[in-house]
Write a protein that binds this ligand. Structure first.
Ligand SMILES: *Cc1c(COP(=O)(O)O)cnc(C)c1O
Length: 233
């Protein structure tokens, strides 16, 4: 199947998951995760309607942003090294992967320098996996109490990369737990009311994530096909 056909099929599956869970598909943004893929393939997705692309390497972002139409937005979804913040801060509309207080502080400094406000998500390691970056669930509210005070950061929500499982149902509990935390934070209003995004679900488990309240799903393989071995995961 072509990239365009894949994209439309994922959209259709999102609509079906929304129908099953009484949600409006307008409240779910499909992010086309285009890491390792050439601009020609991003354009195929763009022509099928994709307007938000997810990338995890600074170098790919700096190359692809100027090559794409102006209304294509890019999100940084991968671990960001502090010395590379300056290269992406004016090129991406959202950083999903703020995984430490230290990184948040550095992004705040860089945003202040340029007099801009950066939208971010806090990455949560929902299953406490050793191999993963991010805050544990119980660390998120204390972190928000610090990050929420930074004038150049808007915390738009939470993001997670759930475990790599055979059966997507195994991740339902993690999506439920993250949704619960998201709702708690909204009700406490410790984020200055900017919390509106829950980024969870990938090719293998996005339907379960949508059923559990995801507002952004990040789909790579399902749209662009598999990535080569040795390319970033
Ligand atoms: C690669 C990646 C994805 C997409 O993964 P697929 O399984 O190919 O859909 C989603 N989120 C993050 C953070 C990624 O690095």
């Amino acid at each position: 199947m072509s990239v365009a056909e894949n994209y439309r099929e994922i959209e259709e599956r999102v609509r079906a998951a929304c129908a099953r869970s009484g949600r409006d598909p307008k409240n779910v943004t499909l992010i086309a995760v285009s890491k390792t893929k050439p601009v020609s393939m991003l354009m195929e997705a763009y022509d099928a309607g994709a307007r938000v692309f997810g990338e995890n390497k600074v170098q790919e972002i700096t190359e692809k942003v100027p090559a794409m139409p102006k209304d294509a937005k890019f999100h940084m979804i991968g671990h960001l090294q502090t010395n590379k913040i300056g290269q992406v801060i004016d090129k991406v509309s959202l950083i999903h992967s703020v995984d430490s207080l230290h990184l948040a502080e550095k992004i705040e400094k860089e945003a202040a320098k340029r007099d801009l406000i950066m939208d971010i998500l806090l990455e949560v390691n929902v299953a406490r996996e050793e191999s993963k970056y991010g805050f544990f669930l119980e660390e998120v509210i204390p972190a928000l109490e610090t990050i929420g005070k930074y004038p150049h950061l808007h915390v738009k929500g939470l993001m997670t990369i759930a475990p790599n499982v055979e059966n997507a149902e195994e991740n339902r509990i993690h999506f439920k737990n993250l949704y619960q935390l998201y709702v708690d934070i909204k009700s406490k209003n410790i984020d200055n009311g900017t919390m509106s995004a829950l980024s969870m679900g990938m090719t293998g488990d996005f339907e379960v994530a949508v059923e559990e309240g995801a507002t952004m799903i990040r789909v790579g393989t399902g749209i662009f096909g598999s990535r080569q071995m040795g390319e970033s995961k």
